[in-house]
Design a protein around this ligand. Structure first.
Ligand code: ZN
Length: 230
């Protein structure tokens, strides 16, 4: 895995090729024949389904008899095995698996997980913002889609932990700005949310300002635990 780098061309560069393959004018890179499709749009199972892939994108799903194979085309006979979209693991901590993110990808991809939303709370507890930078670098080029959730309470309970690092609202904002994080991590300091500790609400603002924040309204004070407006 360490030598493998996944570089898929941007979709806008290959749309013409995808259409050409879908229409049968140009060969596919990969054709998977005779699968049993789990159609998550119609909630149906469909037998005898082919999938044609070009440039790493799915160009066609259905009866691909009209799509030619070229010298570089790989043909796989699914023989009735299931075809379904990749799984998305919406919350995990890669560090809890005790392996790095590249080894983690190698373990989960064959099982069908193609996207993870991981909260880097554990390494950030120790290394602070530097941990986000290191994790981001380690996740580059993986065939696994890695969406990183920025920890917002490091330490989770101030005064009870001595892990070594502290994350401030300024550092949370920096992680988003530098592209090291895409989501907000767990807010474990629930006493801080309920009692509206400024440190707690400030750390959620950078994510909320970017337009993606789950709104939580508490009976304590409306603006304290949800999406701060300022
Ligand atoms: Zn968790």
């Amino acid at each position: 895995m360490s030598a493998y780098t996944h570089r898929r061309r941007p979709l806008h560069e290959v749309t013409r090729d995808l259409v050409a393959t879908a229409m049968g004018r140009e060969p596919a890179d990969l054709i998977i024949r005779d699968g049993r499709l789990v159609n998550v749009n119609t909630a149906q199972m469909q037998d005898g389904i082919d999938v044609a892939v070009r440039h790493g994108f799915i160009a066609f799903v259905g009866d691909a008899a009209h799509i030619p194979g070229g010298s570089g085309t790989t043909v796989v006979d699914a023989a009735g095995r299931y075809l379904l979209p990749g799984f998305i693991d919406t919350h995990l901590h890669v560090e809890s698996s005790m392996v790095d993110v590249r080894s983690f990808a190698r373990a989960v991809l064959p099982e069908g997980t193609t996207t993870i939303a991981c909260d880097n709370h554990e390494i950030t507890n120790v290394f602070g913002l530097r941990a986000m930078e290191l994790f981001h670098a380690a996740a580059q080029g993986l065939p696994l889609k890695v969406l990183v959730a920025m920890p917002v309470c490091v330490p989770s309970i101030p005064g009870f932990e001595d892990a070594g690092a502290t994350i401030t609202a300024r550092e949370v904002a920096a992680a988003y700005r530098r592209g090291w994080a895409q989501l907000q991590g767990e807010q474990m300091n629930f006493p801080g949310v309920i009692t509206a500790i400024p440190r707690c609400t400030r750390s959620s603002r950078p994510r909320c300002r970017r337009g993606s924040c789950s709104r939580v309204i508490t009976p304590v004070r409306r603006s304290t635990a949800g999406c701060p407006r300022s």
